[in-house]
Write a protein that binds this ligand. Structure first.
Ligand code: EPU
Length: 338
Protein backbone atom coordinates (compact mmCIF):
# COMPACT_ATOMS: atom_id res chain seq x y z
CA UNK A 1 0.00 0.00 0.00
CA UNK A 2 1.03 3.59 -0.65
CA UNK A 3 -0.05 6.52 1.56
CA UNK A 4 0.39 10.10 0.35
CA UNK A 5 -0.04 13.11 2.59
CA UNK A 6 0.19 16.66 1.25
CA UNK A 7 1.55 19.61 3.25
CA UNK A 8 2.61 17.35 6.04
CA UNK A 9 3.84 18.75 9.35
CA UNK A 10 6.85 16.54 10.01
CA UNK A 11 7.91 17.59 13.50
CA UNK A 12 7.55 13.99 14.71
CA UNK A 13 9.20 12.55 11.58
CA UNK A 14 12.71 13.80 12.34
CA UNK A 15 14.47 13.52 15.66
CA UNK A 16 15.44 17.22 15.89
CA UNK A 17 11.66 17.73 16.17
CA UNK A 18 11.68 21.21 14.65
CA UNK A 19 8.60 22.75 13.03
CA UNK A 20 9.05 21.76 9.37
CA UNK A 21 6.49 21.12 6.61
CA UNK A 22 7.06 18.75 3.71
CA UNK A 23 5.10 19.32 0.53
CA UNK A 24 4.44 15.56 0.41
CA UNK A 25 5.10 12.72 2.79
CA UNK A 26 4.77 9.29 1.21
CA UNK A 27 4.94 5.85 2.81
CA UNK A 28 5.11 2.50 1.03
CA UNK A 29 4.84 -1.04 2.36
CA UNK A 30 6.54 -3.17 -0.31
CA UNK A 31 9.24 -3.14 -2.98
CA UNK A 32 6.44 -3.33 -5.58
CA UNK A 33 4.90 -0.14 -4.14
CA UNK A 34 8.27 1.61 -4.38
CA UNK A 35 8.63 0.57 -8.02
CA UNK A 36 5.13 1.94 -8.82
CA UNK A 37 6.01 5.18 -7.05
CA UNK A 38 9.19 5.55 -9.10
CA UNK A 39 7.06 5.33 -12.26
CA UNK A 40 4.52 7.85 -10.92
CA UNK A 41 4.21 11.51 -11.97
CA UNK A 42 4.69 12.54 -8.34
CA UNK A 43 8.25 11.22 -8.24
CA UNK A 44 9.02 11.89 -11.89
CA UNK A 45 8.13 15.56 -11.62
CA UNK A 46 9.37 16.47 -8.15
CA UNK A 47 12.52 16.14 -6.17
CA UNK A 48 12.34 13.49 -3.49
CA UNK A 49 14.33 12.19 -0.57
CA UNK A 50 14.21 8.72 0.95
CA UNK A 51 14.24 8.99 4.75
CA UNK A 52 14.32 6.51 7.60
CA UNK A 53 13.65 7.52 11.20
CA UNK A 54 14.85 11.07 10.44
CA UNK A 55 17.58 10.69 13.04
CA UNK A 56 20.41 12.03 10.95
CA UNK A 57 18.72 14.87 9.09
CA UNK A 58 18.81 18.62 9.47
CA UNK A 59 16.07 20.34 7.51
CA UNK A 60 17.71 23.66 6.71
CA UNK A 61 14.41 25.42 5.90
CA UNK A 62 10.97 25.28 7.47
CA UNK A 63 9.47 24.01 4.19
CA UNK A 64 10.82 21.06 2.27
CA UNK A 65 9.53 21.55 -1.26
CA UNK A 66 9.55 17.95 -2.39
CA UNK A 67 8.52 14.42 -1.52
CA UNK A 68 9.79 12.62 1.58
CA UNK A 69 9.73 8.91 0.92
CA UNK A 70 9.54 6.58 3.87
CA UNK A 71 9.82 2.80 3.65
CA UNK A 72 7.57 0.73 5.87
CA UNK A 73 9.03 -2.55 4.55
CA UNK A 74 9.34 -4.42 7.81
CA UNK A 75 9.81 -8.12 7.01
CA UNK A 76 12.46 -10.05 8.92
CA UNK A 77 13.41 -13.35 7.24
CA UNK A 78 16.08 -15.87 8.17
CA UNK A 79 17.72 -16.79 4.84
CA UNK A 80 20.18 -19.35 6.13
CA UNK A 81 21.17 -20.76 9.49
CA UNK A 82 24.10 -23.01 10.44
CA UNK A 83 25.52 -24.08 13.81
CA UNK A 84 27.71 -21.00 13.86
CA UNK A 85 25.88 -18.22 12.03
CA UNK A 86 22.62 -16.75 10.74
CA UNK A 87 21.92 -14.75 7.60
CA UNK A 88 18.89 -12.59 8.16
CA UNK A 89 17.20 -10.25 5.71
CA UNK A 90 15.62 -7.20 7.32
CA UNK A 91 13.28 -4.65 5.69
CA UNK A 92 14.60 -1.08 5.44
CA UNK A 93 11.75 0.24 7.59
CA UNK A 94 12.48 -1.89 10.67
CA UNK A 95 13.52 0.26 13.64
CA UNK A 96 17.24 -0.45 14.09
CA UNK A 97 17.15 -1.02 17.82
CA UNK A 98 14.14 -3.38 17.53
CA UNK A 99 16.32 -5.48 15.27
CA UNK A 100 19.25 -5.38 17.73
CA UNK A 101 16.88 -6.47 20.53
CA UNK A 102 15.62 -9.31 18.28
CA UNK A 103 19.22 -10.47 17.64
CA UNK A 104 20.14 -10.39 21.31
CA UNK A 105 17.04 -12.28 22.40
CA UNK A 106 17.80 -14.98 19.80
CA UNK A 107 21.44 -15.22 20.93
CA UNK A 108 22.74 -13.84 17.61
CA UNK A 109 25.87 -11.77 18.25
CA UNK A 110 27.38 -8.88 16.31
CA UNK A 111 24.90 -6.03 16.68
CA UNK A 112 24.89 -5.63 20.49
CA UNK A 113 27.49 -2.80 20.60
CA UNK A 114 25.19 -0.85 18.28
CA UNK A 115 22.28 -0.99 20.73
CA UNK A 116 20.01 2.02 21.16
CA UNK A 117 21.22 3.89 18.09
CA UNK A 118 18.18 5.73 16.74
CA UNK A 119 17.02 5.24 13.18
CA UNK A 120 16.03 2.45 10.83
CA UNK A 121 17.69 -0.47 9.08
CA UNK A 122 17.87 1.14 5.61
CA UNK A 123 19.77 4.14 6.95
CA UNK A 124 22.11 1.92 8.98
CA UNK A 125 23.56 0.63 5.71
CA UNK A 126 23.87 4.08 4.15
CA UNK A 127 25.45 5.78 7.18
CA UNK A 128 27.57 2.84 8.34
CA UNK A 129 26.43 3.55 11.88
CA UNK A 130 29.01 2.77 14.55
CA UNK A 131 29.62 2.74 18.28
CA UNK A 132 31.88 1.13 20.89
CA UNK A 133 34.38 -0.31 18.44
CA UNK A 134 31.87 -1.84 16.01
CA UNK A 135 30.47 -0.53 12.73
CA UNK A 136 27.45 -1.99 11.02
CA UNK A 137 29.63 -2.85 7.99
CA UNK A 138 31.14 -5.59 10.18
CA UNK A 139 27.85 -7.51 10.08
CA UNK A 140 26.45 -6.48 6.68
CA UNK A 141 26.47 -9.26 4.09
CA UNK A 142 24.50 -7.57 1.29
CA UNK A 143 22.35 -4.52 0.69
CA UNK A 144 19.23 -4.84 -1.47
CA UNK A 145 18.29 -1.71 -3.40
CA UNK A 146 16.18 -0.32 -6.21
CA UNK A 147 17.91 1.86 -8.76
CA UNK A 148 16.00 5.13 -9.04
CA UNK A 149 16.65 5.76 -12.76
CA UNK A 150 15.42 2.33 -13.92
CA UNK A 151 13.27 1.18 -10.98
CA UNK A 152 15.14 -2.14 -11.16
CA UNK A 153 16.64 -4.12 -8.28
CA UNK A 154 20.35 -4.33 -7.55
CA UNK A 155 22.11 -6.17 -4.75
CA UNK A 156 25.36 -4.67 -3.43
CA UNK A 157 27.88 -6.95 -1.76
CA UNK A 158 29.55 -5.59 1.35
CA UNK A 159 32.71 -4.76 -0.66
CA UNK A 160 30.67 -2.92 -3.30
CA UNK A 161 29.27 -0.62 -0.60
CA UNK A 162 32.80 0.85 -0.12
CA UNK A 163 32.33 1.34 3.59
CA UNK A 164 34.41 3.80 5.61
CA UNK A 165 33.92 5.75 8.84
CA UNK A 166 30.26 6.91 8.71
CA UNK A 167 30.39 6.59 4.94
CA UNK A 168 29.38 4.34 2.06
CA UNK A 169 29.02 4.47 -1.71
CA UNK A 170 25.37 5.51 -1.13
CA UNK A 171 26.56 8.76 0.49
CA UNK A 172 29.18 9.53 -2.15
CA UNK A 173 29.60 8.15 -5.69
CA UNK A 174 26.04 6.77 -5.86
CA UNK A 175 24.32 9.41 -3.72
CA UNK A 176 20.67 9.78 -4.76
CA UNK A 177 20.88 6.87 -7.22
CA UNK A 178 19.60 3.88 -5.20
CA UNK A 179 17.04 3.29 -2.47
CA UNK A 180 17.80 0.60 0.09
CA UNK A 181 14.88 -1.82 0.51
CA UNK A 182 16.47 -4.46 2.77
CA UNK A 183 19.75 -5.36 4.40
CA UNK A 184 21.10 -8.89 4.85
CA UNK A 185 23.09 -9.20 8.07
CA UNK A 186 25.43 -12.03 9.09
CA UNK A 187 25.29 -12.75 12.83
CA UNK A 188 27.27 -15.15 14.97
CA UNK A 189 25.96 -17.79 17.35
CA UNK A 190 29.31 -17.94 19.22
CA UNK A 191 30.18 -14.28 19.01
CA UNK A 192 33.52 -12.67 19.74
CA UNK A 193 32.69 -9.79 22.05
CA UNK A 194 34.12 -6.31 21.40
CA UNK A 195 34.76 -4.80 24.82
CA UNK A 196 37.92 -2.79 24.34
CA UNK A 197 36.38 0.57 23.45
CA UNK A 198 36.41 3.23 26.15
CA UNK A 199 34.94 2.17 29.47
CA UNK A 200 32.85 -0.73 28.14
CA UNK A 201 34.82 -3.54 29.82
CA UNK A 202 34.95 -1.69 33.14
CA UNK A 203 31.19 -1.28 33.17
CA UNK A 204 30.60 -5.03 32.74
CA UNK A 205 30.42 -7.65 35.48
CA UNK A 206 33.36 -9.98 36.12
CA UNK A 207 33.19 -13.48 34.64
CA UNK A 208 31.08 -14.83 31.83
CA UNK A 209 29.73 -11.93 29.77
CA UNK A 210 26.84 -12.36 27.37
CA UNK A 211 25.63 -10.22 24.47
CA UNK A 212 22.65 -9.29 26.65
CA UNK A 213 25.10 -7.83 29.22
CA UNK A 214 26.81 -5.83 26.48
CA UNK A 215 23.48 -4.51 25.22
CA UNK A 216 22.44 -3.46 28.72
CA UNK A 217 25.70 -1.63 29.42
CA UNK A 218 25.80 0.10 26.02
CA UNK A 219 22.25 1.34 26.59
CA UNK A 220 23.22 2.61 30.06
CA UNK A 221 26.27 4.48 28.70
CA UNK A 222 24.32 6.01 25.82
CA UNK A 223 21.53 7.10 28.17
CA UNK A 224 24.03 8.81 30.43
CA UNK A 225 25.75 10.73 27.59
CA UNK A 226 23.11 11.38 24.97
CA UNK A 227 19.74 13.09 25.34
CA UNK A 228 16.72 10.82 25.54
CA UNK A 229 14.51 11.44 22.51
CA UNK A 230 11.67 12.75 24.70
CA UNK A 231 14.05 15.07 26.59
CA UNK A 232 15.44 17.14 23.71
CA UNK A 233 15.29 16.79 19.95
CA UNK A 234 18.73 16.06 18.46
CA UNK A 235 20.43 14.05 15.75
CA UNK A 236 22.98 12.27 17.94
CA UNK A 237 26.55 13.21 17.05
CA UNK A 238 26.21 16.33 14.94
CA UNK A 239 29.81 16.29 13.67
CA UNK A 240 32.10 13.47 12.60
CA UNK A 241 35.34 13.02 14.47
CA UNK A 242 37.99 14.58 12.20
CA UNK A 243 40.81 12.43 10.84
CA UNK A 244 44.10 14.35 10.70
CA UNK A 245 47.72 13.55 9.72
CA UNK A 246 49.89 12.24 12.57
CA UNK A 247 52.31 15.19 12.11
CA UNK A 248 49.51 17.69 12.69
CA UNK A 249 48.45 15.80 15.81
CA UNK A 250 52.04 15.70 17.14
CA UNK A 251 52.37 19.46 16.60
CA UNK A 252 49.06 20.16 18.37
CA UNK A 253 50.01 17.87 21.25
CA UNK A 254 52.85 20.22 22.18
CA UNK A 255 50.29 22.94 23.00
CA UNK A 256 47.42 20.60 24.02
CA UNK A 257 49.06 17.59 25.71
CA UNK A 258 45.71 16.19 26.90
CA UNK A 259 44.13 16.03 23.43
CA UNK A 260 42.70 12.49 23.07
CA UNK A 261 43.19 10.57 19.83
CA UNK A 262 42.51 7.18 18.27
CA UNK A 263 44.89 5.64 15.75
CA UNK A 264 43.34 5.23 12.29
CA UNK A 265 46.37 3.99 10.32
CA UNK A 266 50.13 4.58 10.39
CA UNK A 267 49.76 8.14 9.06
CA UNK A 268 46.43 9.33 10.49
CA UNK A 269 44.66 9.78 13.84
CA UNK A 270 41.08 10.59 14.71
CA UNK A 271 40.49 13.35 17.24
CA UNK A 272 37.17 13.53 19.13
CA UNK A 273 35.19 16.50 17.82
CA UNK A 274 33.35 16.58 21.18
CA UNK A 275 36.62 17.31 22.97
CA UNK A 276 37.62 20.05 20.48
CA UNK A 277 34.20 21.72 20.79
CA UNK A 278 34.23 21.41 24.57
CA UNK A 279 37.72 22.96 24.85
CA UNK A 280 36.63 25.87 22.64
CA UNK A 281 34.13 26.69 25.38
CA UNK A 282 30.89 25.66 23.67
CA UNK A 283 29.40 23.41 26.37
CA UNK A 284 25.82 24.53 27.05
CA UNK A 285 26.06 27.55 24.69
CA UNK A 286 22.78 28.54 23.02
CA UNK A 287 21.79 30.06 19.70
CA UNK A 288 18.08 30.90 19.53
CA UNK A 289 16.39 27.69 20.67
CA UNK A 290 19.36 25.46 19.80
CA UNK A 291 22.13 24.53 22.23
CA UNK A 292 25.25 22.43 22.71
CA UNK A 293 24.33 19.50 24.95
CA UNK A 294 25.90 19.83 28.41
CA UNK A 295 26.86 16.15 28.76
CA UNK A 296 28.32 15.69 25.26
CA UNK A 297 29.41 18.67 23.14
CA UNK A 298 29.22 16.59 19.96
CA UNK A 299 25.44 16.74 20.20
CA UNK A 300 23.42 19.83 19.26
CA UNK A 301 19.94 19.89 20.77
CA UNK A 302 16.59 21.52 20.18
CA UNK A 303 16.48 23.01 23.65
CA UNK A 304 13.64 25.45 23.39
CA UNK A 305 11.50 25.55 20.22
CA UNK A 306 14.55 25.74 17.98
CA UNK A 307 14.10 26.63 14.34
CA UNK A 308 16.28 25.14 11.60
CA UNK A 309 18.20 28.44 11.22
CA UNK A 310 19.25 28.32 14.89
CA UNK A 311 20.92 24.93 14.47
CA UNK A 312 22.55 25.93 11.17
CA UNK A 313 23.98 29.12 12.74
CA UNK A 314 25.18 27.34 15.87
CA UNK A 315 26.88 24.61 13.82
CA UNK A 316 28.59 27.21 11.57
CA UNK A 317 29.91 29.14 14.56
CA UNK A 318 31.26 25.96 16.20
CA UNK A 319 32.95 24.83 13.00
CA UNK A 320 34.60 28.25 12.60
CA UNK A 321 35.80 28.35 16.18
CA UNK A 322 37.35 24.85 16.02
CA UNK A 323 39.03 25.81 12.74
CA UNK A 324 40.47 29.02 14.23
CA UNK A 325 41.63 27.42 17.48
CA UNK A 326 43.08 24.14 16.23
CA UNK A 327 43.34 24.50 12.44
CA UNK A 328 41.12 21.41 12.18
CA UNK A 329 38.05 21.25 9.93
CA UNK A 330 35.11 19.43 11.46
CA UNK A 331 32.30 18.31 9.17
CA UNK A 332 28.72 17.42 10.02
CA UNK A 333 27.74 13.79 10.27
CA UNK A 334 24.16 15.01 9.97
CA UNK A 335 22.80 15.37 6.42
CA UNK A 336 21.71 18.91 5.60
CA UNK A 337 18.45 18.88 3.64
CA UNK A 338 17.81 22.01 1.51
N1 EPU B 1 34.77 14.63 25.19
C1 EPU B 1 34.91 15.80 25.88
N2 EPU B 1 33.83 16.64 25.97
C2 EPU B 1 32.65 16.36 25.36
C3 EPU B 1 32.52 15.17 24.65
C4 EPU B 1 33.61 14.30 24.56
O1 EPU B 1 35.96 16.11 26.43
O2 EPU B 1 31.73 17.16 25.48
C5 EPU B 1 35.92 13.70 25.12
C6 EPU B 1 35.64 12.48 25.99
O3 EPU B 1 36.05 12.67 27.28
C7 EPU B 1 36.45 11.40 25.30
C8 EPU B 1 36.38 11.80 23.82
O4 EPU B 1 36.05 13.18 23.80
O5 EPU B 1 37.80 11.48 25.68
C9 EPU B 1 35.41 10.97 23.03
O6 EPU B 1 34.11 11.10 23.50
P1 EPU B 1 33.01 9.93 23.42
O7 EPU B 1 33.66 8.59 23.49
O8 EPU B 1 31.91 10.26 24.31
O9 EPU B 1 32.36 10.07 22.00
P2 EPU B 1 32.95 10.15 20.54
O10 EPU B 1 34.14 9.34 20.27
O11 EPU B 1 33.13 11.55 20.22
C10 EPU B 1 31.80 8.42 18.95
C11 EPU B 1 30.64 8.37 18.02
C12 EPU B 1 29.33 8.11 18.76
C13 EPU B 1 29.46 6.80 19.51
C14 EPU B 1 30.67 6.91 20.46
C15 EPU B 1 30.93 5.60 21.14
C16 EPU B 1 31.18 9.81 16.15
C17 EPU B 1 30.91 11.10 15.45
N3 EPU B 1 30.51 9.62 17.27
O12 EPU B 1 31.67 9.56 19.76
O13 EPU B 1 28.30 7.98 17.79
O14 EPU B 1 28.29 6.48 20.23
O15 EPU B 1 31.86 7.25 19.72
O16 EPU B 1 31.46 4.71 20.22
O17 EPU B 1 31.96 9.00 15.66
C18 EPU B 1 26.48 9.02 16.64
O18 EPU B 1 27.05 8.70 15.60
O19 EPU B 1 25.39 9.67 16.65
C19 EPU B 1 27.10 8.68 17.92
C20 EPU B 1 26.57 9.02 19.07
Amino acid sequence: MIRIEENCFIKERHTFRMPVYARWFVEYDTVGDLISLLHSDLLRNHSFLPIGGGSNLLFVHEHYDGVLLHSVIRDVTVLNETDSEVLVKVGAGVVWDDFVAHCVSNGWGGAENLSYIPGEVGASAVQNIGAYGVEVKDIIHEVETIEIATASPRIFTNAECEYGYRSSIFKHALKGKYIVTAVVYRLQKNPRLHLDYGNLRHSLPEGNITIADVRRVVIDIRRSKLPEPDEYGSAGSFFMNPVIPVEQYEALKVTYPDMPHYEVDSTHVKVPAGWLIDRCGWKGKEEGGAAVYEKQCLVLINKNNARPGDVVTLADKIKQSVQQTYGITINPEVNYIE
